[in-house]
Design a protein around this ligand. Structure first.
Ligand code: OOG
Ligand code: NI
Length: 296
């Protein structure tokens, strides 16, 4: 059931983000993996609008139903976001990171634009879903919650919050999946080495705060591609290229208390868990104009 929902998310994401297939193809070609299934997916991420009937409290119900556990909270003052991460029911499944725009913290003008869309949703839509029906859940995650935005509204939101504009157009489309690099062959199993491999293959990395985002404990290292632009069709037929989704890479180092274990015995529970606000703050910018201007 969970597997079906995750597969549905991944297939839609792959169709929209050419970098996913391109990264996998480069990894197979250079012998890092023999097939796409060999990739360990560290986590996937969603973005939401923080209004009462939607937001994290709504979307999380799906994943709590499938056995995920809500873990730590992160707050991003500058970007006006809250986020939580969710631990999977079994280590073979990805962690989930869900963020939410603090709509009440925006200007009255931006709030009015957002509410003109989100008010179309009058009750929490997840409460109306049969969560045991993975087909229904899949359809829900890929259908528009509100009308297609106008380009004028998209631009007005972008000027104040690029995150808000991204969600108004992209809704619950998967924002990224994350390649775990620490289990790859030597030469590729650190973010530093993997970044070199990506750049050699022509991928453009998010360099906000540096290409490698490192947690203060030094044990969670992350990098990300800059989002490719997708052709967006707005209400009234305007078409403009806007930021779509991106790909992330994560290295979780072995915790000191397990440093003595032989490499073959190291499992997920022996490595650094969770997320890091300082890293995440910069990774969000993979869809921001300061980064996407470097892509095409
Ligand atoms: C999420 C950014 C944060 C991480 O792993 O810390 C993140 C987003 O861009 O929506 O993915
Ligand atoms: Ni991430």
């Amino acid at each position: 059931m969970l597997k079906e929902v995750l597969n549905g998310l991944m297939s839609r994401y792959q169709e929209r983000v050419p970098d996913v297939a391109a990264v996998i193809a480069a990894m197979v070609r250079d012998g890092l993996i023999s097939q796409a299934d060999d990739i360990e997916n560290d986590h996937i991420a969603f973005r939401t609008m923080g209004v009462p009937q939607l937001g994290v409290q709504s979307l999380e119900k799906i994943f709590l139903h499938y056995g995920y556990t809500k873990m730590d909270h992160y707050y991003f003052a500058g970007k006006k976001l809250d986020a939580w991460w969710y631990a999977p029911p079994e280590p073979k499944y990805p962690r989930i990171f869900i963020s939410e725009l603090r709509v009440n913290d925006l200007s009255p003008e931006a709030q009015a634009i957002i509410r003109s869309y989100t008010d179309e949703v009058t009750v929490d839509p997840v409460t109306r879903l049969n969560l045991d029906d993975s087909q229904a859940v899949d359809t829900f995650l890929h259908s528009g919650l509100w009308r297609t935005p106008t380009l004028a509204d998209f631009k007005a939101l972008s000027a104040e919050s690029e995150y808000a504009a991204w969600v108004i157009y992209n809704r619950y489309y998967l924002n990224h999946f994350t390649v775990s690099v620490h289990n790859l062959p030597p030469g590729y199993n650190t973010v530093a080495e993997f970044n070199a491999f990506l750049e050699k293959n022509g991928f453009i990395l998010n360099d906000a705060g540096g290409k490698i985002k490192t947690s203060p404990d030094g044990r969670l290292l992350q990098s990300a591609t800059v989002a490719r632009m997708i052709e967006a069709t707005f209400a009234g037929g305007d078409t403009v290229k806007i930021a779509g989704s991106y790909v992330e890479f994560a290295e979780r180092k072995v915790l000191p208390e397990f440093a003595h274990l032989p490499a073959a015995e190291i499992k997920r529970q022996h490595r650094r868990e969770g997320f890091e606000a300082g890293n995440a703050d910069k990774i969000f910018e993979s869809t921001y104009a300061t980064q996407t201007k470097k892509s095409s």
